[in-house]
Design a protein around this ligand. Structure first.
Ligand code: KIV
Length: 280
């Protein structure tokens, strides 16, 4: 079944939980869609997971367009949300609108995701008013890693907790169809979820009371082990399977057991002889 932002509004209204996973390429997106995930995020975690950067700051609009278009080709009927990368929306309303538009027109995204709270709400409203659905992202926002001084749980003090609630309310008011809550204490995420009436919350490291959950696919399939946050659960050990498969392939090639006869193409013996005779 096709999923859209309406799927999110309906699920919020009907108290139904939704799934979101990241993807960055055609084949993975196709598998996720076949498995029935409700939405796909082309996250700027692309920088860490696919491109091997230490953080997300180096990811460009061009990178996001390239990967988002591939994901959309693999999952044409699934809601695809594309991250706006660092410095593609912080500089001005104009830059934010132009770059959000490029992710939609060239990346074929169905919505964009933007990190930031109340201060960005007026800018987000302009993007929403241009007909581009926006997913907010508050709590631990990896593009601000240098300002945070590390990957830490957010909203634990009175002031920080209140600010997160105000941020969520401002983003809902600005028209966000959903708001990602990353690394937010369970009870606070539950409270924010109950306060929002239209925008669904998408939790990552925020407990199971949010309206939806998102994970980086390579994390939850055991494919990425550079660091493993507390909230990650391995639902499969694909990384281990890949290593086993590659070891088996190497053994088979080196022993000559692969390719076997069934993996080869035949040629008529007389034709082969004629080739040999002609090229002696
Ligand atoms: O980039 C990403 O993958 C994200 C999720 C971790 C929410 O923003």
């Amino acid at each position: 079944m096709k999923t859209t932002v309406t799927t999110y509004f309906d699920a919020k209204k009907n108290h139904e939980k939704l799934t979101m996973l990241t993807a960055y390429d055609y084949s993975t997106a196709k598998l996720l869609a076949q498995a029935g995930v409700d939405s796909i995020l082309v996250g700027d975690s692309l920088g860490n997971v696919m491109l091997g950067y230490d953080d997300t700051l180096s990811v460009t609009v061009e990178d996001m367009i390239h990967h988002c278009a591939a994901v959309k080709r693999g999952a044409p009927d699934t809601l695809v949300v594309c991250d706006m990368p660092f410095m593609s929306y912080q500089t001005s309303d104009y830059d934010a609108l132009v770059n959000a538009g490029r992710l939609m027109k060239e990346g074929h995204a169905n919505a964009v995701k933007i990190e930031g709270g109340a201060k960005l709400a007026p800018r987000i409203k302009k993007i929403v008013d241009a007909g581009i659905p926006v997913c907010g992202h508050i709590g631990l926002t990896p593009q601000s890693i240098n300002a945070f001084g590390g990957y830490k749980v957010q909203g634990k003090s009175l002031e920080a907790g209140k600010q997160l609630v105000y941020d969520a309310m401002a983003l809902e008011e600005a028209g966000c169809f959903a708001i990602t809550l990353e690394c937010v204490p369970f009870d606070l995420a539950a409270y924010i979820t109950s306060k929002l009436k239209k925008a669904a919350t998408i939790g990552i490291g925020a407990g199971n009371e949010t309206d939806a959950q998102v994970l980086v696919y390579a994390d939850m399939l055991g494919m990425f082990s550079d660091y493993v946050p507390k909230f990650v659960k391995h639902f499969a050990e694909v990384g281990k399977e890949i290593r086993i498969g590659v070891e088996e392939y190497s053994k088979a090639v080196k022993s000559g057991s692969y390719p076997a006869t069934e993996h080869t193409y035949k040629i008529d013996a007389e034709v082969l002889q004629a080739i040999k005779d002609a090229t002696k």
